[in-house]
Write a protein that binds this ligand. Structure first.
Ligand SMILES: [Zn+2]
Length: 291
């Protein structure tokens, strides 16, 4: 849908607000899901220290941490700034998605996807697992969503708009990670990569297609992880064994986001191709199959 200038700016502000509020809910999921707690009960957040309910005016996305200088109003216990960071991150990602895709079905699909990536990444950082309720849900939700949008003629705003490419992308990406896991475990004698990463890439592969997934798994993911481990080593000089425990999920998520938005322009720039020509790669696999 074409938006005029005012509608576009209003959309950006609305995307920011929606991203921050959903980010606030993601904080609840990040904390409670791995502990097996419900996100509805208790309804309101409690202070970890004095267990007093936090009223809505002290629980404003992004802002409250700064207004309260990171302390509980009741008992003065400190709150991590990470809550505000998650909310701000999600808000900025929503703004970026709306800026790129406007008022289209793709925007809403990528809003949901990116929220799941944020929640999954932070849970993986805390507990080195990505819950099935994110990855299994996503690996069913996104192929089915692309299928439904494609069959009703609403999929052209998506990066991968053909449902067959989405399904192949999911199978290719998860299969590829599974093989790395299988041979990595054989080679190193310990679990090389979690099953969570396999399911994560099934979900992401549906939206990325096969070659952007390959770009993430072989290029962006390892590069980002090396960059992070390298800079942590320079900064902290901790033993290298400690870094072997670092989950790979957040790098796959970050790499997937980068690939979704920029893999096409990077490849077109690199190979000197016409803009838009990389879309043909998504269906390349169909020509290799005889039927
Ligand atoms: Zn308190």
């Amino acid at each position: 849908m074409e938006l005029n200038e005012y509608e576009f700016w209003f959309g950006l502000v609305a995307a920011f607000a929606a991203g921050a509020c959903i980010g606030s809910y993601l904080n609840v999921c990040i904390y409670r899901w791995p502990l097996g707690m419900s996100t509805n009960e208790p309804k309101r957040s409690l202070c970890f220290s004095c267990e007093k309910e936090i009223p809505w005016y002290d629980n404003l996305p992004i802002l409250s941490w700064f207004l309260l200088k990171g302390k509980c109003r009741n008992c003065g216990a400190g709150f991590s700034i990470r809550y505000s960071v998650v909310e701000l991150l999600n808000a900025l990602l929503f703004v970026h998605i709306f800026w790129r895709f406007g008022l289209t079905p793709a925007t809403f699909v990528y809003f949901i996807w990116t929220s799941m990536q944020v929640a999954g990444s932070f849970i993986d950082v805390d507990h080195t697992i990505i819950p099935d309720r994110i990855t299994l849900t996503g690996s069913v939700l996104f192929p089915v969503t692309v299928l439904a949008l494609d069959l009703t003629g609403h999929s052209e705003s998506l990066i991968v708009s053909d449902w067959k490419n989405a399904l192949f992308g999911a199978l290719f990406a998860s299969g590829f990670i599974y093989l790395i896991r299988y041979f990595g475990t054989l080679a190193f004698g310990r679990e090389a990569m979690g099953l969570g990463d396999v399911k994560l890439m099934a979900m992401n592969g549906a939206l990325l297609g096969w070659w952007r997934s390959l770009f993430v798994i072989m290029g962006l993911g390892p590069a980002l992880a090396l960059l992070m481990v390298g800079s942590m080593w320079v900064l902290s000089r901790k033993k290298m064994e400690k870094f072997a425990e670092i989950p790979f999920g957040p790098y796959l998520c970050l790499g997937s986001y980068v690939a979704l938005f920029w893999a096409d322009s990077i490849l077109e720039w690199w190979l000197g191709l016409e803009p838009g020509s990389t879309r043909a790669l998504d269906s390349l696999w169909q020509r290799m199959i005889p039927w």
